[in-house]
Design a protein around this ligand. Sequence first.
Ligand code: SF4
Length: 357
Amino acid sequence: MTASPAFADRLLRWFDAHGRHDLPWQNPRTPYRVWVSEIMLQQTQVNTVKAYFERFMARFPTLEALAAAPLDAVLAQWAGLGYYARARHLHAAARVMVAQGIPDTLACWLALPGVGASTAAAIMAQAFDEPATILDGNVKRVMARHAGIDTPIEQAATIHRLYDCARAYTPAYRSADYTQAIMDLGATLCTRSQPQCSDCPVSADCVAWQEGRVDELPARRVRRSLPVRTTTFLALFDADERIWLTRRPSVGLWGGLWCLPECRVSADHGLPAAGESISPVCANATAAVPWAQFAHRFTHFELRASVRKTTKADSVGLADDGAWFEVNRLLAARDIGLPKPIQTLLAANFPPNESIH
Ligand code: SF4
């Protein structure tokens, strides 16, 4: 495929007039701010990220402030954005950068935790104005439509073809602007549903538009419905109405966040089966009563949870992976990371200054 400066020129002209120039991480566009924004944007849309980014920068205005903060403080600012491995990687990478300096090459960015090829390219283009090719979800969609690539977008061979297209279109000039422009095109005109092709600056040679196949592209594998996992959480209170939370293992679902103890349940009566508790604290659940239910969709499964409430029995011990928290203070302070569904559950059941009774 030959380079297509015309594509870049048309896109940049459109970007100058219609692109997004006032995103929080664009002003000022420092490597630290661009890096944080790109990690947040990996699985989250711009409109959601904006508020999180502003709060994150207010709490951690510099790389040094982020590196010096405890992981809990970082997870607390991340709570609700999901994909918490991003926050753990961000924190670990900040400590590496404080020790070794902020990278200024693609290879050095790629060596940091949590930074993949597209993220590294986006940082190099936006923070250093270096030509680099990104291929996030928006760009994949634009490339698949513009070049008429109709094999399933999840396949490795398709991604190679999309990268080839994206590389061929990437200009050697105005790298920061082009990178923002191609993301903006995907986010505002070449949208997943109802793209606005008649306003598109590259419609003249867009295969999908010219051939009337915009709705078909990008092609996807037929999606299976998400598998369902069920589980039970325990809302355990002490005599002072504080709630017991445990920190989840650093790897896995909601890794490193604070959560209600999760208890396996036996199939017949819904209570923890003897010897099956994930946490010893779940032995308290034998006296628990149904309290709440919630469902939460993850990428690969749907979690359906029931929550049972009880007061700590004197005879039952606690594991050393938890602590008691006063719920209203916890919700107001936001100083530890809670999974979003747990935060929502507690907020719904604990309006400010109300007790469990
Ligand atoms: S013409 Fe339509 S489908 Fe093609 S790139 Fe533009 S917005 Fe996307």
